[in-house]
Write a protein that binds this ligand. Structure first.
Ligand code: PPS
Length: 569
């Protein structure tokens, strides 16, 4: 019988000699510094993980993918893979030009022959690919607020793979995995995709899935980009390695996939299937709400719980990978074992700990029982997320000029320093503009740069266990969200809207700026001639009209205490 992985998958790398020659030429080409997401996409394009793609999508392929999940060749492909760039870079770049694609250190990884350049209809892309033009969806937010406005398409010549310094032995190209499965004579391979730490229930369900399919198992976690707020991949991989020891030896392997997920539910499941086919899988586990993005802005799920399974099943033959149903496993106390929820008789005691409850226990340093997770995994998770009262956090004040942000922020800083325990840094709007952002004005572009700088500094402080207090106007929702995502990767983000009304701010006019703005002597003044988008769901809203500074700072302290970030006793 021929092995399913008899033939290698085509890669886009050129020979070493050709790469050396092209590298010389590439120095003179226009060059694009890849974003973290593009870097992930490029790696999988070059190593065949995105086979049959030969480069970033052309406009015709993009249209086909967006509308019908098909390339112009007719092949199934559900996800647009584009090189999104700035208007400035695209300007004057004619189709027919070769460009050098560089990593964040400036190393040339590939050359792209640009054949197409166009401005996409992003709202249409959001509707068709992600099901709704709603920025509550992380990929739709990315599309509108992070991705560049112009797309470039064209074939790629790969010069070298991106360098990874972490977990090298666990990173495999599709062809490395195919060769390994062939060598081990693994004829049937069930793949489990994950972006979360694995607990006992996952170990049980994956092993059961492999046994039922009479196959070997590959745990294939995503370590590229996952959902904002997920546990970082360093911690997760240490957890996966601990879980790997729990499977009977030689039945199971672990490999890391440098994919940038889009959280696109059904389309994402099909995409994951195609990628895994390239990596040598014969079977793929698709669960309830596979690659789900969470709730939409109306508080409802973006996709039905079984939409992903339905779409996968529909295209299973073409994908070339058989879907394995994800069994919901629960712990039966009387028998001290995991069993599929749908096979359990009435009357027995079923135990479960939800993701939210697990996070609460970790946050508060509470017990996590052994029936739920392996002690090694719990230890890793605890190391990664110490109790909240020991973590860093950011208090981010936002509000109009003169609303009282700086005054309350100052009072809060002093009170936190009086309490001691963690270093406190105040990044006040005016101070930042003097030291970090002295060259910036008040256009939308400049305000965004200013806020992102503040966010970056605050995220570093937070990650390292300190307290950052920020007090800029920060008038734009999308920018505040970007800062939140940056900071939440390393600790808590507490948004405080200082909602003092415009009339009151103008009445105070402490710096005399409102008068000048009314007279037209200051342009683009927030609240007068420039927008302020009010936060919809801040952690706290303060109106300083009727409370004094002490009272306002105390409200913030109470909020911090309520969130477990400080102890007030
Ligand atoms: S932003 O929008 O967040 O980047 O603004 P920020 O860095 O907080 O700077 C606001 C302070 O700059 C002064 N100032 C102006 N504010 C708003 N609009 C215009 N056009 C403007 N020009 C100068 C003003 O003193 C703000 O300080 P605060 O402390 O908010 O009153």
């Amino acid at each position: 019988m021929t092995h399913p992985n008899q033939t290698p998958i085509p890669e886009l790398y050129v020979s070493a000699d050709a790469a050396a020659a092209l590298k010389d030429e590439a120095g003179a080409m226009p060059s694009w510094d890849l974003t973290p997401r593009q870097l992930c996409d490029l790696e999988l394009l070059m190593n065949g993980g995105f086979n049959p793609l030969k480069g970033f999508l052309t406009q015709a392929d993009y249209d086909g993918v967006v509308n019908d999940m098909r390339l112009t060749s007719g092949a199934l492909w559900p996800m647009p893979i584009n090189l999104d760039v700035s208007e400035k870079f695209a300007e004057g770049l004619e189709p027919g030009t070769d460009i050098a694609l560089r990593d964040q250190e400036g190393v040339i990884l590939a050359i792209m022959s640009v054949t197409d350049k166009w401005t996409p209809n992003k709202s249409l892309e959001a509707e068709k690919v992600f099901g709704a033009d709603d920025v509550a969806h992380p990929a739709v937010n990315y599309l509108h607020n992070v991705a560049g406005p112009v797309y470039l398409g064209g074939p790629i010549k790969g010069l070298q793979a991106p360098t990874h310094y972490d977990f090298r032995a666990r990173r495999n190209t599709p062809n490395e995995l195919r060769a390994m499965f062939k060598k081990l004579n693994w004829q049937r391979v069930v793949v489990f995709q994950t972006r979360n730490p694995l607990h006992r229930a996952h170990q049980e369900l994956t092993f059961r899935a492999a046994r039922e399919a009479q196959a070997n198992l590959m745990i294939h976690p995503v370590v590229g980009m996952t959902k904002p707020g997920d546990v970082d991949h360093f911690t997760r991989v240490r957890c996966y390695e601990a879980v790997l020891d729990k499977y009977p030896s030689a039945t199971t392997t672990l490999s890391l996939l440098n994919l940038a997920m889009r959280m696109a539910g059904p389309r994402e499941a099909v995409w994951h299937g195609l990628i895994r086919k390239n990596h040598g899988a014969t079977h793929f586990i698709v669960g309830r709400d596979h690659a789900g993005p969470g709730k939409n802005s109306a508080g409802e799920d973006f996709y039905g719980p079984y939409d992903a399974q339905d779409l996968f099943r529909q295209h299973q033959d073409e994908i070339g990978v058989e879907m394995v149903d994800f069994k919901h496993m629960v712990y039966v106390q009387e028998r001290a074992q995991y069993e599929p929820a749908d096979e359990i008789e009435e009357g027995v005691t079923v135990l479960n700990i939800s993701g939210t409850e697990l996070r609460r226990r970790l946050r508060e340093g509470l017990e996590i029982p052994e029936w739920f997770s392996f002690p090694e995994v719990v230890q890793e998770l605890r190391r990664n997320s110490p109790p909240r009262a020991k973590q860093g956090f950011t208090v981010f004040f936002t509000g109009l000029s003169g609303s009282g942000k700086s005054t309350v922020a100052n009072a809060l800083m002093v009170k936190l320093m009086e309490m001691g325990g963690r270093p406190v840094t105040l990044l006040d709007g005016d101070v930042v503009r003097k030291h970090l952002s002295s060259e910036l004005g008040f256009s939308k572009e400049h305000r965004d740069i200013n806020i992102k700088r503040i966010g970056y500094v605050a995220s570093e402080i937070t990650k390292n266990g300190g307290i950052a207090i920020c007090a800029p106007i920060a008038p734009y929702t999308a920018t505040r969200r970007a800062v939140r995502e940056m900071i939440e990767a390393g600790g808590a983000f507490v948004e405080v809207h200082v909602a003092t009304p415009l009339e009151e701010c103008e009445r105070r006019d402490r710096k005399g700026l409102y008068k000048l703005a009314r007279e037209g002597k200051i342009k683009e003044f927030t609240g007068i001639s420039d927008p302020y988008e009010e936060p919809k769901t801040p952690e706290l809203r303060l109106d300083t009209t009727d409370i004094d500074v002490d009272g306002a700072a105390h409200q913030v302290l109470l909020k911090l205490e309520g969130m477990g970030l400080i102890g007030l006793s």
